[in-house]
Design a protein around this ligand. Structure first.
Ligand code: NAD
Length: 420
């Protein structure tokens, strides 16, 4: 079965996302027309962002917003600032958001945004100007009932505050629900900053147990020490898992008896990197470590056909979006390794984003305990549903999760019918 009416893509995350969709849709028995509809973004925009640098020079940046699907509700997805952003990457990330929201039954479609910029090379004032101009350019397309951005790689709660403020000024009144991942003082939700990592750890512990590994005393390696990886390492440690290695874009470090995650967080705050933590050693190949659990929490495509055979972790839990290519999935599956897919594993972020949106729309905020209990319930239920479906169908967790999600989206699409 082919996606005949779509322009071909040459590898990369969009190819991976389409391959995963095609496999699930084929199992579901969908025809080519429906698959093509499910694969195709509903709307996408590319914008120019002229930036006046602090020294007066003017630079032109490029940004994208892709709204993949609205069948189940407004589009939802992060905003990424990275020099590697491409339109195809944003398309793939938007598609994965559609499946994630459907799988977790939050009433959203999927979207994603990106600006091609390396935020480390820009001042906060410059990043604020970039965010405001980008927001202004995409503002006709976003809003609490249209599309709700959130933080992703290279963006944070300040970015969301600037986005919310710019949109609100244009509307003439404060619109808290236009974005999630905002500061608490601007209608953010308690528990949002750590929600993705908490969700990762909920399913990681369940997956370890399903593999017959008791989490207390199990070993783990975490790739990426940003918003997702750093808190995931901390929550794993709290659960008794020994985090023996972590990495960031500058390098990887390890300690066989387990890293002191609090000392590591202080070291990163002081130096900007995990590298050279006192008492740790450099690690040449974090992905190839002999650990019980591997959490890739950085970027797409890091586990691929060329290195999957060297990955030795028994359980891989995808904190990042798209870290494992379909070719690598086949290799890991054949070796009996368990891969908990991104659309399940890192869904804690969008679940609490949904809670934040609900709270903002009602102007009534919940306690941290309430947020965390509801998050735990949703993650546990989703894990059990996906695990049960995979067992019944005798397919990998990713296939089961994608089938469940795609079916929900397709049902909504078919029930709405075609207009006109
Ligand atoms: P971040 O910018 O806060 O952190 C990214 C981390 O990855 C940094 O430590 C960076 O140094 C590191 N990194 C980048 N390239 C690397 C490489 N090649 N090897 C090792 N480390 C590398 O971003 P984040 O918000 O933590 O997002 C990480 C991943 O999680 C992304 O795939 C993102 O889409 C996904 N995700 C994030 C959220 C969220 O709520 N922030 C929710 C769901 C999924």
């Amino acid at each position: 079965m082919t996606l005949t009416t779509l322009p071909a893509v040459d590898g990369g995350p969009l190819n991976d996302a389409r391959t995963q969709l095609r496999e699930a849709a084929t199992l579901l028995g969908y025809d080519d027309g429906l698959i093509t509809m499910l694969a195709t973004p509903r709307r996408e925009v590319t914008v120019s962002i002229p930036l006046r640098r602090d020294d007066g020079a003017v630079e032109l940046l490029i940004g994208h917003r892709v709204q993949h699907n609205f069948s189940r509700g407004p589009a939802k997805g992060g905003l990424r600032y990275s020099p590697d952003v491409t339109l195809d990457e944003v398309r793939a990330l938007a598609m994965w958001m559609t499946w994630k929201c459907a799988l977790l039954d939050v009433p959203y479609g999927g979207a994603k945004g990106g600006v091609r910029i390396d935020p480390r090379n820009y001042s906060r004032a410059e990043l604020e100007r970039v965010t405001r101009r980008y927001t202004s350019e995409i503002s006709p397309l976003i809003g609490p009932e249209r599309d709700i951005p959130a933080p992703d790689i290279g963006t944070d709660e300040d970015t969301m505050a600037w986005l919310m403020d710019t949109y609100s000024v244009q509307q003439g009144h404060t619109v808290l629900g236009v974005t999630t991942g905002k500061p608490l003082s601007l209608g953010g939700s308690l528990g949002r900053a750590t929600a993705t990592s908490r969700g990762v750890v909920h399913v990681a512990l369940a997956a370890l147990r399903s593999a017959g590994i008791e989490p207390a005393g199990a070993t783990a390696a975490v790739q990426g020490f940003g918003k997702v990886g750093s808190h995931a390492a901390r929550f794993l440690t709290d659960a008794g898992v020994r985090v023996v290695a972590v990495s960031d874009q500058y390098g990887a470090i390890g300690c066989p008896t387990g890293l002191d995650i609090h000392a590591l967080a202080d070291h990163v705050a002081a130096t900007g990197s995990v590298v050279d933590l006192p008492g740790s050693d450099p690690i040449p190949d974090l992905l190839g470590l002999d650990v019980d659990l591997l959490v890739p929490a950085a970027v797409e495509g890091v586990i691929h056909a060329g290195n999957a055979a060297s990955v030795r972790a028994r359980v891989i839990v995808e904190g990042a979006n798209g870290p494992t290519t379909p070719e690598a999935d086949v290799i890991l599956q054949a070796a009996g390794q368990i891969v908990v897919p991104d659309i399940l594993a890192n869904a804690g972020g969008v679940i609490v984003s949904y809670f934040e949106w609900v709270q903002a729309n009602q102007a009534y905020w919940w306690s941290a305990d309430e947020v965390e209990a509801r998050l735990a319930d949703r993650m546990t239920a989703a894990w059990e549903r996906v695990h049960g479906h995979a067992t019944r169908l005798e397919v990998p967790l990713r296939t089961a999760a994608t089938c469940l999600a795609v079916e929900r989206v397709a049902q909504a699409h078919l029930q709405r019918g075609l207009y006109p």
